[in-house]
Design a protein around this ligand. Structure first.
Ligand SMILES: [Zn+2]
Length: 142
């Protein structure tokens, strides 16, 4: 059974989806509600998001990329601070991963649900391609 706080935060996210407002606007709305409501919510929007994500069983990976060569993607466990990609001329890209504020230059969020769909699509495409090759092989007259 969802608590009253959870229902409130769910409504905030539904409102966000309808109006396409930013996370900042949602947080400001929650802050204003806390000031004025007779029974203000105790949890935070972030706590609700974590619980909702766990309940949905979905997850995501935040990846960093190299904006210089657009060839290297850092794994979440990778400790490299500069891009290790070797260019065709043998030089290493070497572009820094983080800026002076220690924020990554390039961030991509990979949703695993999407990832599984992409893997499925790639496997199906390769199977289709192989079938086409076999079809050509066995139907060629030369
Ligand atoms: Zn690079």
């Amino acid at each position: 059974m969802a608590s009253k706080d959870d229902l409130f935060f769910h409504e905030v996210r539904v409102l966000q989806r309808r109006t396409r407002c930013s996370n900042f606007v949602c947080a400001e709305f929650v802050r204003a509600y806390r000031k004025l409501a007779p029974n203000p919510v105790e949890r935070s929007l972030k706590d609700f998001d974590t619980d909702a994500k766990d309940a949905a069983g979905s997850n995501y990976i935040i990846l960093n990329g190299c904006p210089e060569c657009n060839r290297h993607v850092y794994l979440p466990t990778e400790k490299a601070m500069t891009c290790p990609f070797v260019k065709r001329d043998g030089n290493i890209c070497g572009h820094p991963r983080f800026d002076t504020n220690k924020k990554p230059f390039e961030v991509r969020i990979l949703f695993l649900l999407t990832c599984f769909f992409c893997l499925y699509a790639i496997v199906m495409f390769k199977l289709f391609y192989l079938l086409c090759l076999f079809y050509r092989l066995f139907t060629s007259t030369i």
